[in-house]
Every structure is written in structure tokens, then in C-alpha cells.
Design a protein around this ligand. Structure first.
Ligand SMILES: *[C@@H]1O[C@H](CO)[C@@H](O)[C@H](O)[C@H]1NC(C)=O
Ligand SMILES: *[C@@H]1O[C@H](CO)[C@@H](O)[C@H](O)[C@H]1NC(C)=O
Ligand SMILES: *[C@@H]1O[C@H](CO)[C@@H](O)[C@H](O)[C@H]1NC(C)=O
Ligand SMILES: *[C@@H]1O[C@H](CO)[C@@H](O)[C@H](O)[C@H]1NC(C)=O
Ligand SMILES: *[C@@H]1O[C@H](CO)[C@@H](O)[C@H](O)[C@H]1NC(C)=O
Ligand SMILES: *[C@@H]1O[C@H](CO)[C@@H](O)[C@H](O)[C@H]1NC(C)=O
Length: 305
């Protein structure tokens, strides 16, 4: 009974609030509530409040506050550190809640350390017109905010990194090096075959990226990307019980034109000039490389956030 009355009052308040906020555009920043909807999974704090006004003011006091859900049945607001624009997939119907975007002085996502973003795309969605530049990210190093560059002008996620072909041989510490030309956050890489092939043994067929030794089972890929210090990027599930870096990637054969790696476990931040290397796994480890031969040349692409 009382819940019903409270609910009626709440709805009335929502209607009034909506009317007020719509009449005062405040530079077009305000937005009315959306009754019957909520943003899921981004609640960083809650507050008991009889009226959503209280939440509106509380939200303005916290830099993290991007929006809130008002839970009508519990007279509680749930403060979100995202907007529905940033995370449309988490905006869902809920009969007990109303969604309010922060009306005034909302801090742009990724612009301060306390409000790091998960990707450049999310910033772009959240802010509509984001400019290229440095933003804060939560996804580069776990547990801390790190600043990295976002190119907001491009929609193409794969960016070619090399200028000339990058070539690597199967033996003799003959890796292919390439340097980053655009700073940013990288999820993964892919190599596109240009010319040449490699053998891990004169008795087996050559291939672009691997070793055609039947003894390798389904882990016949052997092309490895490393940092300049020769430590391998975790772009595949390497079988390290063997002396080389053999692995399999679902759907990629040793002779496929494109070798697209798995996503890195956590994206890496790169700066202009950073060097990376392509190695044949046996050359990287000096592991049974004596009978190896050949050279593969490729283009390198990175998937930027
Ligand atoms: C946003 O809130 C969620 C849910 O509480 C939390 O897991 C996440 O770390 C918060 N993100 C930031 C950037 O504060
Ligand atoms: C809405 O609130 C009622 C009463 O508290 C509860 O029984 C119901 O499960 C809630 N529904 C949703 C979708 O949260
Ligand atoms: C890869 O392709 C080359 C020709 O380009 C062919 O000679 C070789 O046998 C192929 N290797 C495998 C493992 O299929
Ligand atoms: C190699 O360099 C990368 C990137 O700078 C770094 O994350 C990694 O810890 C280094 N590895 C070793 C073994 O020094
Ligand atoms: C492989 O051999 C080269 C010299 O040919 C050496 O510089 C390098 O450190 C060796 N790598 C490993 C992983 O042992
Ligand atoms: C591989 O090289 C070793 C010498 O390093 C040689 O003894 C062996 O016969 C070679 N294997 C093949 C298949 O050519």
C-alpha cells in the first residue's frame, strides 16, 4: 500500500524532474530520466534517497559519476561510472528502475585518472566527438590507470605498421624488426604474407609460418612476435615444454596468407619508435635450427583500440 503511494509520488517526481531538466537545457547537457530502464554492471556506489533529486546532486559531487539508476522500489540510487552511450550493451529494461544521465559537469570518460576507460572506442561512443589525444585506460596495466594515445579520426582498426616488407629467416638470429609509427593501445597483431617460405628440415615441405613436421601434431605454427628484448608477446598458447615456440591458432594453417594472432591477455601501450621483432621460434631459442632454411617476408598490422 505505502509502496504504491511512494511509487506514485516517485513517478510524479520523475515527471516533474524531467519537465524541469528539459526546460533548462544548460547548454544542452541535461537529459531527462528514462523510466523502466537501467545500466547494468557499472555501479560503484549506492545511496538511500527518498527523491531522485538527492541523487542528482550527489552525482554532481563525484567525478566518477556518469549516470545513475534510481531503484524506485528501494528508494535507492545506484551510481554508474559509465553512460548508456558508452556501454549500450549494458542498457537494459528493468521495471523497478529509472536511468538518469548526469546532467551537469559530467567528466569526459578517460579524461582523468579516476575515470579510466576500457578502450578508445568506448570514449568515442561516450563522448560523441572525442578528439585524438592521450586518455586514461584501465585495461593496459591491471589495477592502475595508464595514459595512452587514441586516434579518434580513424575507424579502421587494423593499421599497417611496417613501411617496407619485414623479413625473417629460419636460422642464424635473423629476425625481422619493425617500428611503431602510431602510438596507442594494441589488442593484437596480424602478419600478411608477401613472399618466401621457410623449412624446419630439408625433408619437410616449406611453409610461410611454421614447420610441416607431422610430429608437431596440430601445433605447427612457429612464427613469434617479440619485444625488442626478445621476450615473446603472449599472442598464442605456446607449447613451451618443447624447446621452440610451437603453437596452434584455430583456423590458421602454416601456409595461410594471413596469420592473425589471438588477442593479448591485456592490451599493450605502444609509442612511436618502439621496436618489435618477428622470429622463427627455433631461431629465437637456438633450438634445432641447423637444418632450417628459407625466409618469409610479410606486412605487419596491429589492431588498435
Ligand atoms: C566502475 O564500476 C565498476 C563496478 O563497480 C568497477 O568494477 C570498475 O572498476 C569501475 N571502473 C572505474 C574506472 O572506476
Ligand atoms: C522488482 O522489484 C520487485 C519487488 O522488490 C522484485 O520482486 C522483482 O524481482 C524486481 N524485478 C526486477 C526485474 O528487478
Ligand atoms: C606451402 O605452399 C608451398 C607453395 O607455395 C608448397 O610448396 C608447400 O608444400 C606448402 N606447404 C604446406 C605445408 O602445405
Ligand atoms: C621485455 O620488454 C617488455 C616491454 O618493454 C617488458 O614488458 C618485459 O617485462 C621485458 N621482458 C624482460 C624479460 O625483460
Ligand atoms: C642464441 O644464439 C645467439 C648466438 O648465435 C645468442 O646471442 C643468443 O643469446 C642465443 N639465444 C638463446 C635464447 O640462447
Ligand atoms: C640435420 O642436421 C644435423 C647436423 O646438425 C645432421 O646430422 C642431420 O642429418 C640433419 N638432418 C637432416 C634430415 O638433414
Amino acid at each position: 500500500m505505502t509502496l504504491r503511494i511512494v511509487f506514485r509520488i516517485s513517478v510524479l517526481v520523475l515527471v516533474i524532474y524531467s519537465a524541469v531538466t528539459q526546460k533548462c537545457p544548460a547548454g544542452g547537457r541535461s537529459e531527462s530520466s528514462i523510466v523502466g530502464w537501467m545500466l547494468r554492471g557499472h555501479v560503484y556506489d549506492t545511496l538511500l534517497a527518498e527523491l531522485p533529486f538527492t541523487c542528482v546532486f550527489k552525482c554532481r559531487e563525484d567525478n566518477r559519476c556518469q549516470s545513475f539508476n534510481w531503484v524506485i522500489s528501494l528508494l535507492t540510487c545506484e551510481f554508474n561510472n559509465r553512460t548508456k552511450e558508452a556501454r549500450p550493451e549494458d542498457f537494459i529494461p528493468n521495471p523497478n528502475r529509472s536511468y538518469y544521465r548526469r546532467d551537469l559537469e559530467r567528466v569526459p570518460l578517460g579524461s582523468i585518472q579516476e575515470l579510466p576507460a576500457e578502450s578508445c572506442d568506448v570514449i568515442k561512443r561516450s563522448e560523441g566527438h572525442a578528439v585524438s589525444g592521450k586518455y586514461w585506460f584501465s585495461t593496459i596495466k591491471s589495477g592502475t590507470s595508464v595514459r595512452a594515445y587514441c586516434n579518434m579520426e580513424t575507424n579502421e582498426k587494423w593499421k599497417k605498421i611496417n613501411t617496407g616488407p619485414v623479413c625473417f629467416r629460419a636460422r642464424g638470429d635473423s629476425y625481422g624488426a619493425f617500428n611503431i609509427r602510431v602510438g596507442g593501445v594494441i589488442y593484437t597483431f596480424k602478419l600478411v604474407h608477401l613472399s618466401g617460405s621457410i623449412r624446419c628440415n630439408p625433408g619437410f615441405s616449406p611453409s610461410y609460418w611454421g614447420c610441416d613436421n607431422p610430429g608437431y601434431g596440430d601445433t605447427r605454427l612457429l612464427t613469434v612476435l617479440t619485444f625488442k628484448n626478445k621476450s615473446a608477446l603472449l599472442l598464442a598458447d605456446y607449447k613451451r615444454k618443447y624447446c621452440d615456440y610451437r603453437y596452434k591458432i584455430e583456423g590458421v594453417g602454416v601456409n595461410d596468407t594471413e596469420l592473425q594472432f589471438n588477442n593479448l591477455p591485456s592490451p599493450i601501450s605502444v609509442s612511436v619508435g618502439d621496436e618489435f621483432q618477428i622470429w622463427y621460434g627455433q631461431d629465437l631459442t637456438n633450438c634445432s635450427e641447423d637444418n632450417n632454411s628459407g625466409q618469409t617476408c610479410a606486412d605487419v598490422y596491429a589492431w588498435y583500440a
